[in-house]
Ligand binder design. Structure first.
Ligand code: KG4
Ligand code: ZN
Length: 353
């Protein structure tokens, strides 16, 4: 079985083909067009610009994915698409494209959850994740800790109560004048800084697996205002030129330490409570080396090591993860997951897990 995946929920226009044989998915092609350069000058994703760019490029991207898989449409057995969560206009482009192609090419359509998709990037690794599986999903829009008993049988343990962790990286990077996207920029400059220089507070949440990042973001802003000798009304976008390079590096390192340790603590706690056979991390911020290093250190490996990371290009948004999840949906026992009706499927921009 071969599934074409389509992903347009944020600022990557992506299509991929995954083949499933004896329950093991294999990537045949993976095409991603990143709109990063379009959004850079605005310091973040502009939803209207994202939707318009998806619209211009989605069909050539789909054709390229099928061609790179060395297939024609007759070799595609179904289409999987992200129908939520995401930016409303952006997610609409991919969903409408998939619905139309499903009708025109007469293929079953599988509507999948983008956040769940991030977890399934890990099924493209040589060793399939084992259930029960603890998944930490961290990106520009999501921060969730989920326990999977089996495919499609999962429990949301906790999630961010305000900003996502990737978003916090992006906003702090902007204050430090490091540009967009902030995650990789902070991670790079943090290597030159002292992570213990500025101890930022960690939010205490009611739910033991919940996160909060808005307080940390404000703490960084207040710290920077103090550092440049200004009061708390001083605008964040005027701070960066007043900072010394070492202050930028130390702030980046200290912020990264605080942001990552919240995730590591929650994951460790869930690991000891639920004793999963595997742990995976997914989403753009999962490529953060500090997060990987700390998790590796605190989660004691049983035979073979319990924690798996997809390579960076499968952590950030892509359609390979959507096609992989689509393969499992298509393969699921009848009645559990059915193909969607292309005439009635609607997007769900605020879809939760
Ligand atoms: O999964 P993704 O491509 O898109 C969403 O679904 O949001 O994640 C993008 C996010 C951005 O906020 C970016 O700053 C963050 O992932 N990110 C990182 C790193 N690389 C990307 N955050 C921390 N460290 C990184 N190395
Ligand atoms: Zn994502």
């Amino acid at each position: 079985m071969r599934i074409l995946g389509i992903e347009t929920s944020c600022d990557e226009t992506a299509a991929a083909v995954v083949e499933m044989k004896r329950g093991k998915p294999r990537l045949l092609s993976n095409v991603v067009f990143s709109q990063m350069d379009l959004h850079k000058e605005f310091g973040g994703v502009v939803p209207e610009v994202a939707a318009r760019s998806h619209l211009e490029i989605i069909l050539p991207i789909v054709e390229k994915a099928i061609k790179r898989a060395k297939l024609g449409w007759e070799g595609i057995d179904g289409i999987a698409v992200t129908y939520g969560p995401g930016l409303p206009g952006a997610v609409l482009v991919g969903t409408t494209t998939a619905k139309t192609l499903a009708l025109v090419k007469n293929k079953p359509l599988y509507a999948v959850n983008h956040v769940e998709g991030h977890v399934y990037a890990n099924w493209l690794l040589p060793d399939a994740p084992k259930f029960p599986l603890l998944a930490l999903i961290v990106s520009g829009l999501h921060s969730q800790l989920v326990l999977f008993k089996d495919h499609f049988d999962y429990k949301l343990l906790g999630q961010t109560q305000d900003d996502a962790v990737g978003e916090a990286f992006d906003k702090v990077a902007r204050m430090l004048g490091l540009g967009y996207p902030g995650g990789p920029a902070i991670a790079t400059i943090a290597k030159l800084g002292d992570a213990d220089k500025y101890p930022f507070p960690k939010a205490k949440m009611q739910g033991k697996y919940d996160f909060s990042y808005s307080g940390l973001k404000t703490a960084v802003l207040r710290h920077l205002q103090k550092l440049v000798g200004k009061d708390y009304t001083f605008p964040s976008f005027e701070i960066a030129p007043l900072l010394q390079p070492q202050q930028i590096a130390d702030t980046a390192a200290s912020f990264q330490k605080a942001a990552v340790s919240v995730l590591v603590e929650a994951t460790t706690l869930a690991y000891s409570e639920y004793k999963p056979r595997g742990v995976v991390i997914g989403g753009g911020a999962a490529s953060n080396q500090e997060l990987r290093k700390q998790l590796k250190r605190v989660l004691p490996p049983p035979a073979g090591g319990p924690i798996a990371y997809a390579p960076g290009h499968l952590c950030t948004d892509n359609a390979a993860m959507i096609a992989t999840l689509g393969c499992f949906v298509a393969n699921s026992p009848a009645g559990e997951k059915r193909p969607a009706n292309p005439l009635t499927l609607e997007t769900n921009p605020s879809l939760s897990m």
